[in-house]
Design a protein around this ligand. Structure first.
Ligand SMILES: Nc1nc2c(ncn2[C@@H]2O[C@H](COP(=O)(O)OP(=O)(O)OP(=O)(O)O)[C@@H](O)[C@H]2O)c(=O)[nH]1
Ligand SMILES: [Mg+2]
Length: 225
């Protein structure tokens, strides 16, 4: 059931096909209720956008593609109900002072979201590679010292700027994610963060509200399983 839901949920632009069953939503609520979430990442990766959605957005309880939008069921889960305590750090381009602030938030967090520009890594942008490698070098040191570890997510944004993502069909989305995870830099980041068991990689876009829903839905599915 869950793999199917995840498969359907991943990155179908503008559509969340399927439904968040009550019991899955309950698991999400239990997991996130009152949790402290730290959001890190370079400038412009989408931190503020994601935080705004997590604290004020809604997720459709059900979605049926066959129903015209105006007739679609209007029941939605409010993310405000989760009461997530989210903190964003001011990024100072790898400045030492910024890392000190990141560490403080990391040490207080139950969940850490590290955002990066997936489109730039796919395009082979060496500057972005260098930056994310530096960031993970720091984060991994802090993660190692925590017991228990916070749940760690690498969230790749801006996939809408990647041509392949824009033309994806539902049956190819798993391949797209696999391909991203096979990029040497992504492998390196995941290894640094403690390996695939410890690190959730979620890919998508926050260009539109629907895209953002789909991205957040994927994050939620990781904790509901
Ligand atoms: N096309 C596209 N735009 C995005 C995406 N995610 C965020 N944006 C846009 O990118 C811009 C920067 O997003 P922010 O949420 O302000 O990024 P930030 O990480 O908070 O940036 P700083 O606070 O400056 O470090 C905004 O205009 C967002 O709407 C995405 O996945 N795709
Ligand atoms: Mg911001």
């Amino acid at each position: 059931m869950l793999p199917i839901l995840i498969g359907i949920a991943i990155g179908i632009a503008g559509a969340i096909a399927g439904a968040i069953a009550e019991e899955i939503w309950d698991k999400i609520v239990i997991f996130f209720k009152g949790k402290r979430v730290a959001v890190f990442g370079a400038r412009g990766v989408g931190k503020t956008h994601l935080i705004k959605f997590l604290t004020t957005g809604t997720i459709p309880a059900e979605y049926k593609q066959t129903i015209a939008p105006e007739k679609a069921p209007s029941r939605r889960f409010s993310l405000k109900e989760l009461g997530i305590k989210v903190k964003e750090t001011q990024d100072l381009s790898g400045d030492k002072a910024a890392y000190a602030e990141w560490k403080k938030l990391h040490d207080e967090a139950d969940v850490v979201f590290y955002l990066l520009r997936a489109d730039r890594l796919i395009a082979g942008d060496v500057n972005v590679e260098t930056r994310v490698r530096d960031d993970l070098r720091h984060i991994s040191e802090w993660l190692e010292k925590r017991n228990p570890r916070p749940l760690f997510f690498i969230i790749g944004t801006h996939c809408d700027l990647d041509t392949e993502f824009r033309t994806l069909t539902a049956d190819k989305i798993g391949d797209y994610n696999d391909k991203f995870c096979r990029l040497p830099i992504v492998r390196e980041l995941v290894t640094r963060a403690g390996g695939a068991q410890q690190t959730k990689v979620v890919l998508g876009s926050m260009k539109t509200p629907q895209d953002t829903e789909t991205l957040v839905y994927q994050v939620f599915m990781q904790v509901a399983s």
